[in-house]
Structures are given as structure tokens and as C-alpha cells.
Design a protein around this ligand. Structure first.
Ligand code: F6R
Length: 607
């Protein structure tokens, strides 16, 4: 998720651009840049790192005042963070900023190279910039060139463009990536999100897909293809700047949970090749893997457990899961054909990085599943697969976990095909339901907010609580319990239901709150045995189960959260959303600072 800003008007644009970039910091940052337009050309200054680095560079250069400019903060998805890969990208005719992913960048690059273009960056964005440049050289009309070029692009984009021979205008267009324009008495603004321009105007227009906006100092014109001037609706934004950063949500955590359907679509579409999951670069490692050791910390380690369940079930490859801080100093015994699979949202967790280095020292192939592009794990692992969750700001990981589970499910399907455990048709059916059903099912869980909030009444005042489950429900219980304890400060323990009777049940007494996860249809009867056992000792039970299980089994009289029915390989992600919401609403009921729980940091880069 990158941040775009643009301004054209009667004031110097640079302060507006820098202020806007500051306000977009929450969207993630690995580099930033600006382009300033003048009558005789465009100056572009960009640099890897935080905005402060760009500010320093600009102070040194002290560029002349410009009244029209665009700026960008980058969260890399193609090409590692570097000065050259930063935006804006410059071609002979234009400068361009981009948010999104161009999926057919490779074929576009091939065509452009044939026409004599040479690229200097590794980004998909530079390819798109040259494509617009080429179209512009043919028609000499910015709007037409943008229509023509964007028709050839697949993927998602929000573009801000300044043409060198039109230094008094900014052009903008978007598909599947947000972009807004706003107008004030001093000029017009372009931004990927409201907070960037809110100090100057609260009258904004969310650009419709495929509409090209032409921003000038005195107003904005809108065009739809084929080249028709149209009107767009402006609205008054009533949020405070802080509310605006959170998209109107009370906390980043709940905003990020609500981003799950979109992030799932983005991540799964990215690995979709003709209806099958394809992991570019990692295919050889996957083909050669005879056993897998998964290594991670915290929530990412819980996602590994889900992955273990899926891979063993679908591909019949033995998988062990290790906590990274244990792995790094433990005895490691590997057989030939072992693969080390490291999971991390940040890609910077010190223990996971140390585990990666240890595996490399031992000569074991390493594959990382990471959310932050160009992070240490991504750079140092033999191969990398990205979850495209966008930046996760809230300390408690939610959307990254859901995406890790989803990508591991896709990986399990791929491995089962490689190992001949399934045929192409069945693999396509399994992956197809991940692609098309999963985002919709997560949306259905998000609509159950009221049901989930009601359950928090039963648990928010508890001092101690148990999550119980069997099989994959136990793995989910571990994550449910971690999420609850880290943000609500309720002491919570996850236990395999069948293990309670071997000791822990002695802690269950009158009123002990217990949340029982029952989504695995093959283990319902066994799970219910444990539920009845704890109820008979006075526990106050809440059951989280699927609709089908609630209809086909006699459940005890108690609070319930009923999840939509889903195929087995989708259920962990569907359940994850419910347990994340339960933790979130419990903590907010206690009035706690959900996004910044005490003693915790977002990325644990020290041992
Ligand atoms: C909990 C949480 C942590 C992280 C852990 C690993 O909500 O976020 O448990 O999962 O610190 O972090 P990454 O995934 O960045 O390696």
C-alpha cells in the first residue's frame, strides 16, 4: 500500500506534498519521492528510507518554487526499496506515481523493450509509465494516452501523472486502488487517502474506476472513456485527521480486520496462474521438499500450525513447527530433502532472522513467507513468497495472520498436486474456492459483529479464560487466546479439549469462562464431550461453530457464535476473523488502547 499526493494551485506545492506524505505514513514507508513541475521541465527527488531522508535531500538541493507537483511514499511490492525503485518514475515525456500492482508488467516490458525502451528500475510501475509515455508520443493527448495505456494494463493501480509539456496539470486515474481529489480556494489536490488533504479541504471526490481527472489550479475536469466529459460527485468529509487515517474506524486493528476480504483477493489473485496456485521462484524448492520445518514467532507461528495441518492432510508431507527462539539454539536434525519455511509479517523479527541464518549455515534450503517487501527475511531466504496484506499498523496481527493461513492453504494445494496426491481438476476446485468463496465468507463473518459483541458481555470482566478445541480448532484456539490476552489483558490459555482431563480441568469451577471452538466436523462429538464435562463443573461456555454443526448436533444451551459453512481448507481463515473480532470487542469494552497494548512492539527486532 503506497501513498500518493499531488497539488496544483497558486501556492508552492512542496510544503503541501511533504505534509501530505507525512499524513500518509500509516500506509507504510520504505522510500519516498516528489516531482516538481516547471515551465522548462520537471525536477524529481527521491530516496530510500523515511521521509526525513527525503526532507534532508530536498533541503540540500533547495529546489525553486513550483506550483504543481506529485509525491509518493512507497511500500514495495516489485523491486526492493532503493532510490531507483522509489517513485516518481520518470520517462522522457512524463513523471508518474503509482499505488497498486501491475500484473502483466512482464509482457508489457517485453513489448516496450522491442520498441527500444530500456528500464532503470525493477518496478512494475516504470513499465506502466513508459506505456503511457508511448501512447502519449502517438496521440499527444494526456487523457487519451491514459485511456489507451490503462486499457492494456491488468492488475490494480492509482496513478498520478504530470506530462513535461503540460506542467500546469496533474492527471489521475485508478482501478481497484483508492484515489481522491479535492478542491480548495488555493488549488486542487490529489491523494490516495483523505488524511493527506484534510487540513486544506474537506470537500472531496472519490474518483470512479476508469475516470481520468485533470487537475488544474482553477478546477478539476473528469473524463470517461471514450473521451466524454462527465461530472463526479463531491462529498463533505466530517472526520477529524486522526479518524481519517483510520478510515473512520475507531482503531487500526478493526480497520485491518475489515481489510481482510480485499487483502485475501489481492494475495490469492497474485498467485493465480490459470486457476492453480503458482509460487514464482519457489517451485523447485517445493518440488524437492520431502519434509518441512516451519519456523516463526507468536501469531506467525500459530499460522504455521494451520499450515502444518493443511500440508500434512492434503500433501502428506511431514511438517514440524518450531518457535524461532527455540530453533535458533536447539539441536537441529535435518534429513536430505528438508525445507525450512519461515513465516513473518515484518520479515525483521530477530529470532526468525536468526533461525533463517542457522538453517542456511546447516545448508538447508530456506523459503520465507513475508509481508514486508525487501525485509531482511525476504532478502536473505533462498526464495520468498509475499502476503500482500499492506502495512499492518496495529500491534496485534490480524490480516497478516489470515493471509498467512490462506497462502499456506494454497501452498498445501500446490504441494498435493506436485506430490500426485490430487489431480489438476480437484486442485483447481480447491484453489477456486479460496479465490472466490473465501473473501465473501470473511465478509459474512464481519457482518456478525452484533452477535460477537453480545458474547463479550460474558467474558470482558473475566480474570482468566480458556479457549478449547481439537485438531485444527486447537491451533485456532492458540491464536484466539494470544489475541485476547495481548490486547484485553485477560489471562487466557488455549487447551486441546481432550487433554483437559489430564490435569487442567481442576481449574474449572463455577463461572469459569470457556470458549469452545468446534469447526472440525470430524471431531464434533469428541469436542462436545469436553464441553459437557466443563459445563458440569460450572463453566460458562461460549461455542463457536459452523452453521451446519449447529443444525446437525445437539449443542448445549449457551452463548454461540455461528460461522458460515465453508469447505475445510477455508474454515481457519473464516474462524480467524471471528476470534479476532471477539478479542477486539472485548478489549474495547474494557476501554483499552487496542492498537498499542502495553509492553509490546509491532516488530521485535531484538532478541
Ligand atoms: C501478535 C503478534 C506477534 C507477532 C510476532 C512475530 O499479535 O503480532 O506475536 O506475530 O512478534 O512477528 P512477525 O510476524 O513480524 O515475525
Amino acid at each position: 500500500m503506497c501513498g500518493i499526493i499531488g497539488y496544483v494551485g497558486n501556492k508552492s506545492c512542496l510544503p503541501f506534498l511533504l505534509e501530505g506524505l507525512d499524513a500518509l505514513e500509516y500506509r507504510g514507508y520504505d522510500s519516498a519521492g516528489v516531482s516538481l513541475a516547471y515551465g522548462d521541465g520537471i525536477d524529481t527527488v527521491k530516496s530510500k528510507g523515511k521521509l526525513a531522508v527525503l526532507r534532508e535531500k530536498l533541503e540540500e538541493l533547495s529546489p525553486p518554487i513550483s506550483f504543481c507537483g506529485i509525491g509518493h511514499t512507497r511500500w514495495a511490492t516489485h523491486g526492493e526499496p532503493s532510490d531507483i525503485n522509489s517513485h516518481p518514475h520518470v520517462t522522457p515525456a512524463l513523471t508518474l506515481v503509482h499505488n497498486g500492482i501491475i500484473e502483466n508488467h512482464a509482457s508489457i516490458a517485453r513489448e516496450l523493450v522491442e520498441r527500444g525502451v530500456s528500464f532503470i528500475s525493477d518496478t512494475d510501475t516504470e513499465r506502466a509509465a513508459y506505456l503511457i509515455d508511448l501512447c502519449y508520443s502517438e496521440c499527444k493527448d494526456p487523457v487519451e494516452a491514459i485511456f489507451k495505456a490503462t486499457k492494456m494494463l491488468s492488475g490494480s493501480f492509482a496513478f498520478g501523472v504530470i506530462f513535461k509539456d503540460r506542467p500546469e496539470c496533474i492527471y489521475a486515474v485508478r482501478r481497484d486502488s483508492p484515489l481522491i481529489v479535492g478542491q480548495s480556494e488555493n488549488g486542487c489536490f490529489l491523494a490516495s487517502d483523505v488524511p493527506a488533504i484534510l487540513p486544506h479541504t474537506n470537500i472531496c471526490c472519490r474518483l470512479d474506476e476508469g475516470v481520468v481527472a485533470e487537475l488544474r489550479g482553477d478546477g478539476i475536469s473528469f473524463f470517461s472513456a471514450p473521451y466524454t466529459r462527465i461530472e463526479q460527485k463531491f462529498e463533505e468529509i466530517k472526520w477529524s485527521p486522526e479518524q481519517a487515517q483510520k478510515g473512520g474506524y475507531a482503531h487500526f486493528m478493526i480497520k485491518e480486520i475489515h481489510e481482510e476480504p480485499m487483502a485475501l483477493r489481492r494475495t490469492l489473485e497474485h498467485i493465480n496462474r490459470d486457476g492453480l496456485p503458482y509460487f514464482e521462484g519457489a517451485e523447485r524448492l517445493l518440488r524437492e521438499a520431502r519434509s518441512i520445518k516451519m519456523v516463526a514467532c507468536g501469531t506467525a507461528m500459530h499460522a504455521c500450525l494451520i499450515g502444518k495441518h493443511m500440508i500434512e492432510k492434503l500433501a502428506r508431507i511431514p511438517v514440524s513447527v518450531e518457535i524461532a527462539s527455540e530453533f535458533r539454539y536447539g539441536e537441529q536434525i535435518f534429513d536430505g530433502g528438508s525445507l525450512t519455511l519461515l513465516l513473518s509479517q515484518s520479515g525483521e523479527t530477530a529470532d526468525t532472522v536468526a533461525a533463517l541464518r542457522r538453517a542456511k549455515e546447516l545448508g538447508i534450503p530456506t523459503l520465507a513467507i513475508v509481508n514486508v517487501f525487501g525485509s531482511t527475511l525476504a532478502r536473505e531466504a533462498d526464495e520468498v513468497i509475499y502476503t500482500l496484506a499492506g502495512p499492518e499498523i496495529s500491534v496485534a496481527s490480524t490480516k497478516a495472520y489470515s493471509l498467512q493461513c490462506a497462502i499456506l492453504s494454497a501452498l498445501a494445494i500446490s504441494l498435493s498436486l506436485i506430490r500426485g496426491r490430487t489431480d489438476e481438476e480437484s486442485a483447481k476446485a480447491l484453489f477456486g474456492s479460496l479465490l472466490s468463496d473465501l473473501p465473501r465468507l470473511v465478509d459474512e463473518v464481519l457482518a456478525k459483529e452484533k452477535e460477537i459483541v453480545r458474547v463479550t458481555d460474558k467474558i470482558y470482566s473475566a480474570e482468566h479464560l480458556f479457549y478449547i478445541g481439537r485438531g485444527i480448532d486447537y491451533y485456532l484456539a492458540l491464536e484466539a487466546s494470544l489475541k485476547l490476552k495481548e490486547i484485553s489483558y485477560i489471562h487466557s490459555e488455549a487447551y486441546p479439549s481432550g487433554e483437559l482431563k489430564h490435569g487442567t480441568i481442576s481449574l474449572v469451577s463455577d463461572g469459569t469462562p470457556i470458549v469452545a471452538l468446534i469447526t472440525d466436523s470430524s471431531l464434533v462429538e469428541k469436542s462436545l464431550l469436553a464441553v459437557h464435562e466443563v459445563i458440569s463443573r460450572g463453566a460458562k461456555v461460549t461455542v463457536i461453530c459452523t452453521d451446519r454443526i449447529s443444525r446437525e448436533h445437539e449443542l448445549p444451551e449457551c452463548e454461540k457464535i455461528i460461522l458460515p459453512d465453508a469447505p475445510e481448507h477455508l474454515l481457519p481463515v473464516v474462524t480467524a476473523t471471528a476470534i479476532q473480532l471477539l478479542a477486539y470487542f472485548t478489549a474495547t469494552k474494557k476501554g483499552l488502547d487496542v492498537d498499542k497494548p502495553r509492553n509490546l512492539a509491532k516488530s521485535v527486532t531484538v532478541e
